[in-house]
Each structure stands twice: as structure tokens, then as C-alpha cells.
Design a binder for this molecule. Structure first.
Ligand code: URA
Length: 216
């Protein structure tokens, strides 16, 4: 059976609340960072469903033996924040996945061509195929950055069905491109917006996620 791109938009009041805070142009940078942290936390929590490897065992409570399930520490787990805006989701993501290793990858977008160029890549040369990868990228706008990041991960040995993308806002065009290139990918987003403006910004979106996070 062919796998299809899965996009989840959790219908959770906390996701809606923090998305509203993040979108509001009057939200100051300090509160915007809080909103991104909370969105990173709840979307990572949702993304960990059916993705985190577990093992079953038996433990003993103070009263009796009983079955228990734990996160399997033997399966490598990594979070990849796409710099710079991906850093904004990290505190929340790490609060859910404290054992995950963090590997930074940086992309810069050419403002005229909208092409993404990688300027930093801290990933190891090879990765075990069973590695669970969570990519933190708040804005899936043209999809160019995520396509490049996925191509790089696959070259290093990652299986696309072990990858979860945590985004805040996704555009239909980015989702379409990712579905064509990586049908086994799974994406968690707070919202799917209408489209892009002539500068490649998502509308209504939330503006420049990096600028709003870092106050620049
Ligand atoms: N990057 C952003 O930060 N915002 C957008 O709307 C698109 C790309």
C-alpha cells in the first residue's frame, strides 16, 4: 500500500489559543516566544504519538507486579531545528523529548528567487535508518527548505516514515510539493493557511517568525 503524506492539525484549544497569540501583530516579542514555546510543546506531544519507540516490560509497584511501557532509549532520537526560526519551538519540543539529541541545520532564503540555501549543517555523515527525527520549522511557505532538508536526511540514511515535521503555519503549495516528493512524511501544524504573497510570506500567517522571535 502506498504511503500518503499525512498532515495533522490538532483541534486543541491550547493550540488555537497560542496560535492566535502568535498571529496577533500586537503581540510583543517576549510573549511571541512564549507562544512558540507552547506551540512547540503541544505539537511535539501530538507528533510523538505512534512515533516514539516503546518497549513493554513488567515492573513492581509497592503492591504488586504490573505491566509497564517505556520509551525505548536504544532507538536514536533527534530534533533538528531549522535555523533560525526553528529555534523558537525548541524549548517546548525538548520539554516533551528530553532525551533527543539536537542537530542544528541553517537555511537562508534568497529574498528575490525565494530559493533556500544551506549555510550550516551539523548532522553526522550517516544516520541509523531507525532514527526518529523531528524537524522544527515554524513556517512551511514555499516548501523549499523542507524539501532540501529531507533530501539531505535521506542521503544520510534516514527513512522518511520516521520523520515528523512540527510547523506552526503550512501553505497548501508547500504541502503539495512535500506530498509529491515524500509521501511517507508526517506533518503536524497548528493551521493550514490560504497561500503566499508575492514575497513568499504566508497569508494571513504570522509574519517573519525569526524576526518576531528574536525582535530583529
Ligand atoms: N518565513 C516566515 O518567517 N514567514 C513566512 O510567512 C514565510 C517564511
Amino acid at each position: 500500500m502506498a504511503l500518503q503524506l499525512r498532515v495533522f492539525v490538532p483541534p486543541h484549544p491550547l493550540v488555537k489559543h497560542w496560535l492566535g497569540v502568535a498571529r496577533d501583530a500586537n503581540t510583543p516579542s517576549s510573549l511571541f516566544r512564549t507562544a512558540m514555546t507552547e506551540l512547540g510543546r503541544w505539537l511535539t506531544y501530538e507528533a510523538a504519538r505512534e512515533w516514539l519507540p516503546t518497549f513493554d516490560t513488567t515492573i513492581t509497584t509497592p503492591l504488586a507486579p504490573c505491566p509497564a511501557t517505556f520509551v525505548n532509549p536504544e532507538v536514536p532520537m533527534m530534533i533538528i531545528p531549522i535555523l533560525r526560526a526553528g529555534l523558537a519551538l525548541m524549548e517546548g519540543a525538548q520539554s516533551v523529548l528530553p532525551l533527543a539529541s539536537v542537530y542544528h541545520v541553517g537555511f537562508v532564503r534568497n529574498e528575490e528567487t525565494l530559493e533556500a540555501t544551506c549555510y550550516l549543517n551539523k548532522l553526522p555523515a550517516t544516520l541509523a535508518p531507525e532514527t526518529r527525527v523531528l524537524i522544527s520549522e515554524p513556517m512551511l511557505a514555499t516548501g523549499g527548505t523542507m524539501l532540501a532538508a529531507m533530501a539531505d536526511l535521506l542521503e544520510r540514511g534516514i527513512q522518511p516514515d520516521n520523520v515528523r515535521v512540527v510547523a506552526i503555519v503550512a501553505s497548501p503549495i508547500a504541502l503539495q510539493k512535500l506530498a509529491e516528493a515524500y509521501p511517507a512524511l508526517t506533518i503536524y501544524a497548528a493551521i493550514i493557511d490560504e497561500g503566499l504573497d508575492e514575497n513568499g510570506y504566508i497569508v494571513p500567517g504570522l509574519g517573519d517568525a525569526g524576526d518576531r522571535t528574536f525582535g530583529t
